[in-house]
Design a protein around this ligand. Structure first.
Ligand code: SR1
Ligand code: MG
Length: 408
């Protein structure tokens, strides 16, 4: 099917300049001079272009939702309405956590194109981690970000009527189904979307035939589908974070919806486990490994500190200080479970990650297997894990075969 067959203009590197020039509100944001456009898309779903005049200075970013899944091609149609969710997420999160959200310059509803801040001075956190640059402080920034959106978009911090109305408005059916399928179902069954390293076939069979594990994943899926606690980011892996001097920013909230808060933390934690596996097989320097191994605890501590400090300002005084501790315990154990599901999907589901894919064998096989074992145990043992320390001890046990332990 030709691209003109779609009911809206699909932007390309060649047409973005004319598009930007047709929008005085955008051109006015650029320094005078010839415009250059770079196609920087590296996520699974969308087109992303950086538009600049002066190369050394930030310009702006145009992100367009394609009517298909970018990495798959036109054979996997996908609603561009996801850009409406992303626009909503950016607007809401920017109000609540401006330092951790890109500035929005405008949403072109007809083209499903969002114009936003050029974060060119920052780097995709996954890429930085893969190159051996930890930016470990970003873990606390993201923990704080998750706490702020958890509080300020839920009945904890928001007027109940306004919250109920945002909950209705923010339904994101198609993208939730992607997560329900690709993260919380398909990796755990035989499915044509799945692939895994041939060296871990036996382990994969064990995962898919473990009845208790499947029941736990069903429970996590049910939580995901029914616990509309807050407007969560919905896809907060390390590729959805840009980090650099003094700032960490959560990008790409197209999956945002009212869901369980632990899902966002779990997405981060799954990727910390994967980063740690990579660091160990590559024998990264001790300080890098220590930094990565401390990220789960740092993000959790920042999340707890922020929530505890916001709690007294809450919307409903009946939620007394004692209740925050119970709330935190639930979020912690759900986050561990979701981390397990998210790590599993990266090893044996549809969308894999460069952290592992760029390793050579045999490290690629051993790292995939070790992450999968961690993932399984996080799902099964999450109720017994009372602290980040206990959770990371479990990670250490399973990743031990990848490289010598580095003292914390
Ligand atoms: C079709 S690939 C879909 C995945 O990409 C996004 O980044 C989400 O993680 C989603 O599960
Ligand atoms: Mg994304």
């Amino acid at each position: 099917m030709g691209r003109s067959a779609y009911p809206y203009e699909i932007l390309s590197r060649e047409t973005v300049e004319a598009y930007v020039r047709s929008r005085p509100d955008l051109v006015d944001r650029l320094e005078p001079g010839p415009i250059s456009v770079r196609d920087v898309a590296d996520g699974n779903m969308n087109s992303v272009f950086v538009v600049r005049t002066a190369q050394s200075r930030p310009g702006l970013v145009i992100k367009q939702a394609l009517p298909w899944v970018r990495v798959h091609g036109e054979g996997w149609p996908m609603t561009p309405e996801r850009a409406v969710s992303e626009d909503r997420g950016l607007r809401v999160f920017r109000e609540i956590a401006p330092e951790a959200t890109p500035e929005l310059y405008g949403f072109d509803r007809e083209r499903y194109a969002i114009a936003m801040e050029d974060l060119g001075n920052l780097r995709v956190w996954r890429d930085a981690l893969n190159a051996g640059e930890a930016n470990e402080w970003a873990a606390a920034s993201m923990g704080r970000f998750v706490a702020r959106i958890a509080f300020h978009t839920s009945e904890l911090g928001m007027d109940a009527a306004a919250c109920r109305s945002l909950r209705q408005e923010a339904v994101n059916d198609v993208l939730c189904r992607i997560t329900e399928d690709l993260v919380l179902t398909e990796p755990f069954i035989e499915h044509e979307h799945n692939r895994h390293h041939p060296g871990i076939g036996e382990l994969v069979d064990e995962v898919r035939s473990d009845g208790r594990l499947l029941e736990e994943v069903a429970h996590l899926k049910h939580i995901f589908m029914t616990h509309g606690e807050a407007l969560i980011h919905g896809d907060l892996h390390t590729g959805s974070v840009m980090a650099g001097p003094g700032r960490a920013v959560a990008i790409d909230p197209e999956f945002c919806f009212y869901g369980p808060v632990g899902f966002d933390l779990g997405a981060l934690w799954a990727n910390f486990v994967i980063s740690s596996a990579r660091a160990r097989v590559l024998r990264r320097p001790a300080e890098f490994q220590v930094a990565v191994d401390g990220m789960l605890a740092a993000s959790w501590q920042a999340f707890c500190d922020e929530l505890r400090s916001l709690w007294p300002t809450g919307a409903d005084p009946f939620f007394r200080p004692r209740y925050v501790e119970r709330y935190l315990r639930t979020v912690f154990s759900e986050a561990l479970g979701f981390a397990g599901a998210k790590a599993t999907r990266r090893m044996i589901g549809y969308a894999h990650v460069a952290d592992i894919e760029t390793l050579e064998d045999p490290q690629r096989a051993t790292a995939s297997g070790a992450v999968l074992r961690v993932a399984r145990r996080l799902i099964l043992e999450r109720e017994q894990l009372a602290s980040p320390r206990e959770a990371w001890d479990l990670v250490d046990e399973e990743l031990a075969e990848l490289g010598p332990a580095v003292r914390r």
